[in-house]
Design a protein around this ligand. Structure first.
Ligand code: DAT
Ligand code: MG
Length: 139
């Protein structure tokens, strides 16, 4: 059975460009409820750990630099089929390939600076929620 929680980050480009209000509106309009949310900034070691699965990829250094370049908004979202439905809402990694009406189509600048993160499986959603939030931070 599909899980009901996913994890998101509104990435540094979204905060910098003043789009976090619009993006949160899209998320709640799509039926997600916010279980936890904070403005924070990743350290280099946190970004390296979060994206460890990509450590061998050529863009890893650029990705870590970018994700630590400014504040992000981290959040836990709840909805039926949260992981799948949120991946649909955000659209393809590359905004040039993202469907109309998706967050990345509207707000992402490029494949690297792509506005928003969404967990790719229920297992990773749980790991990522726990990475950023403690039990006391959940409402
Ligand atoms: P997604 O964020 O859609 O799950 P991913 O897990 O494949 O995509 O990659 C993680 C992030 O790494 C992605 O959001 C942006 C960056 N990235 C991926 N492929 C890239 C590439 N070819 N060039 C630059 N950055 C890339
Ligand atoms: Mg991914």
């Amino acid at each position: 059975m599909s899980g009901t929680r996913t994890f998101t980050m509104l990435k540094p480009d979204s905060v910098e460009s003043g789009n976090i209000g619009n993006i949160i509106q899209m998320i709640t309009d799509a039926g997600f409820s916010i279980k936890a949310m904070k403005l924070t900034q990743l350290s280099v070691s946190q970004a390296q750990e979060f994206y460890a699965v990509h450590a061998e990829r050529p863009f890893y250094g650029e990705l870590v630099n970018y994700m630590t370049s400014g504040p992000i908004v981290a959040a836990i979202l709840e909805k039926e089929n949260a992981v799948t439905d949120f991946r649909t809402l955000i659209g393809s990694t590359d905004p040039a390939e993202a469907a109309e009406g998706t967050i990345r189509k509207k707000y992402a600048e490029s494949k690297g600076r792509n506005a928003v993160h969404g967990s790719d499986s229920d297992e990773n959603a749980e790991i990522e929620c726990n990475f950023h939030f403690g039990v006391a931070e959940l409402v």
